[in-house]
Design a binder for this molecule. Sequence first.
Ligand SMILES: [Zn+2]
Ligand SMILES: [Zn+2]
Length: 165
Amino acid sequence: MTQMAGAMTGGCQCGAIRYAVTAAAPRTSLCHCRMCQKAVGQPFAAYATVKLAEFAWTCGQPPAFRSSTAAERHFCPACGTSLTFRYLETDEIGVAAGTLDRPEQVTPRVHFGVESRVSWMDPAFLQTLRSVRTDNAGAPQAVAALVNFQHPDHDTPDGWTPPAV
Ligand SMILES: [Zn+2]
Ligand SMILES: [Zn+2]
């Protein structure tokens, strides 16, 4: 495991895969295309795109699914987190913004793949939805009693073991 000074860091949900980004200002986009929808299992994907030279895996080396002749997408084989999108002919890689330790560090500037955008991904509609905090969302057990197996939002160079139940 290596550390990159001043980097944005991120990783998968289980912590088997970690990465660092040194780019000061990633180009961040939302993609609504049908392939991104399928790859992340959601109506759209948010990717922060940087040069390959500004990106490094710092823990683990994930496999990639070749989603077309043009692109590949890395994912964690242990927990299934979708991690990247990358056009093979470029020197760039997009990291899935939700996998950053601090997703607020990037801000999307453009919508791509709008031909597949689901009709309810509409600001006027979305703001009509009730907004509920996680601790009020009616989880099957009291949230305070849950044991969280998600890797913490920072590098753990000395190793990390999920809490025992
Ligand atoms: Zn994982
Ligand atoms: Zn897409």
